[in-house]
Design a protein around this ligand. Structure first.
Ligand code: ADP
Length: 491
């Protein structure tokens, strides 16, 4: 497989507000690191542009500071400092954009809430990325912007800034529209005519996501089902009409998994490794996890794991509902949730874990090592999301032999097949209704199958054999880039 690219290779510049291992709040960071690596394997030349947040240690990631500051032309000129290197362990070029607006505690907000000038911060990132691509990297064929934070890159690309032939916008989560005050036109030096319902105006405000949807040559979401869901009033956040009108350029490409990071055979963060053919190590991981969480160490009890933002999206309100607490108390199962997010929900989950200490362990904060130990040590993986664009952790769970229990929505529905005992098929359990009793019923169903050794083994083996590696998805992105390059060269 090529690790250096041929002359004349397609040049793709990613604009991403977070990228593993520099910064991460969710799945976007995983994708922004893994997709570029997979594209390089296909012979594409790739660079990623991301902010240098306060938490990014440029020394640790061997990024070298460019001496000359880069002037970025917005409403007025903002000078950024650029740090350059490689995405660790890969030939992907990495640029970290340094400016005081990124030098804060927190990525999108701090303890007081979201930063009010995020539209300016990520407008700066997008515009800086286009200058970097052209002036420092030596030219770009296709710009690939991620989420609303990258949304202005397609707009500027369509206007000729940066010289790329075209752009792709990937929507990782439609719930974040990237709203901005009308003053953004002047502050960011945007052409006044884009302030219209055909441009980025959205009910009297600006939306950076809308800018991306309108001006990108292709729009993708991270699963085929989610690409359909966002075209409906329930999933479209007011943009479903626009997305229906753009249906011809909208597609869903399921995220892949970086199996270098997520494989039980070689995961260095586990107390024991294991493989599909020999699950002895998984039992050791479970016992160690139960000890770590101060839960009763019982091999016979089903342990449900979850690693998740604790927000309305992820379905935790179903679990804390008073209606089902008695049912939960009666279920002979253990649950561990690692996550952080919404204070109110966290508080309610904590209350539940205090009332059911031998059942529910809650760990708050961000802990990558514990995330891996939960993935390996759990029997079942709980993901009751209200909506889920793709979801990565259920894909990791499949590889770790941790049977997913998911709601049938978005990428969860696309990636998990419901257990069917008569035919001996399926890789997990699906909840259809978004309702507390429905979740509990499915958890009971899963707990019952956990006790049927033969059926359980089948589920585990089929799940572990699934292959969600990036190469197939990266090929689909490459096809889009090639289509854009071809369309534009014909003009
Ligand atoms: P989303 O992007 O909606 O948050 P995904 O399932 O796509 O959800 O991705 C979540 C990613 O973030 C996974 O890699 C998961 O392991 C990680 N993650 C989420 N919360 C935590 C946490 N508290 N500690 C460690 N890793 C976490």
């Amino acid at each position: 497989m090529p690790t250096t690219t041929a002359p004349g290779a397609l040049r793709v510049l990613h604009v991403a507000s977070e990228v593993e291992p520099l910064s991460k709040t969710g799945g976007l960071a995983d994708v922004a690191a893994a997709l570029p690596r997979a594209l390089v394997q296909l012979g594409v030349k790739v660079a990623v542009v991301t902010p240098r947040y306060r938490s990014v240690d440029v020394g640790r990631w061997a990024l070298a500071r460019r001496l000359r500051p880069l002037p970025v032309q917005l409403g007025h000129t903002m000078e950024v400092t650029v740090h350059e290197g490689n995405l660790p362990g890969s030939p992907v070029t990495l640029y970290a954009v340094d400016h005081p607006v990124f030098d804060r505690d927190g990525i999108y907000g701090d303890k007081h809430g979201e930063f009010g000038d995020n539209w300016l911060r990520f407008g700066l990132l997008s515009r800086a990325a286009l200058h970097i691509g052209q002036e420092l990297w030596g030219g770009v064929d296709v710009v690939h912007a991620h989420d609303w934070q990258g949304g202005l890159a397609p707009l500027w690309t369509a206007r000729g800034v940066g010289g790329a032939r075209g752009s792709v916008l990937t929507i990782h989560n439609m719930a974040f529209l990237g709203m901005a005050p009308p003053g953004l036109i002047g502050e960011l030096g945007l052409p006044p005519e884009v302030w219209s319902p055909e441009g980025l105006e959205f009910y009297g405000k600006g939306s950076l996501l809308k800018a991306g949807i309108v001006f990108a040559d292709r729009v993708t979401t991270v699963s085929p089902r989610y690409a359909r869901e966002i075209r409906t009033p329930e999933g479209g956040y007011g943009m479903d009409g626009l997305l229906r009108a753009r249906a011809g350029k909208l597609s869903g490409i399921l995220n892949g998994v970086d199996y270098q990071l997520w494989s039980p055979e070689r995961d260095p963060r586990l107390p024991a490794n294991y493989r599909a053919g020999d699950l002895a190590g998984k039992a050791l991981c479970k016992a160690a996890l139960q000890r770590e969480l101060e839960l009763p160490v019982r091999p016979d009890v089903p342990l449900f794991g979850a690693i998740s933002r604790i927000t309305d999206q992820k379905g935790w309100d179903l679990l804390v509902s008073h209606e089902v607490e008695a049912e939960l108390a009666a279920l002979d199962a253990q649950i561990v949730i690692l996550g952080s997010g919404d204070g109110g929900l966290e508080h309610r989950l904590r209350g539940l874990s205090q009332r059911l200490p031998s059942k529910l362990a809650l760990r708050t904060g961000y802990d990558d090592g514990l995330a891996h130990r939960i993935m390996a040590g759990s029997d079942l993986y709980l993901m009751p999301s209200r909506f889920e664009p793709c979801g990565l952790t259920q894909l990791y769970a499949l590889r770790y032999g941790t049977v997913p229990v998911v709601r049938a929505t978005g990428g969860l529905d696309d990636s998990v097949v419901d257990h069917d005992a008569p035919t001996g098929t399926g890789t997990g359990f699906k909840v259809h209704d978004y309702a507390p009793h429905a979740l509990l019923a499915t958890m009971r169903r899963a707990a019952a199958v956990f006790r049927q050794r033969v059926e359980l083994r089948g589920l585990i083996q089929r799940g572990m054999a699934m292959d969600f590696s990036w190469s197939a998805s990266a090929r689909r992105y490459l096809t889009l880039y090639q289509e854009i390059a071809k369309e534009k060269s014909g003009k």
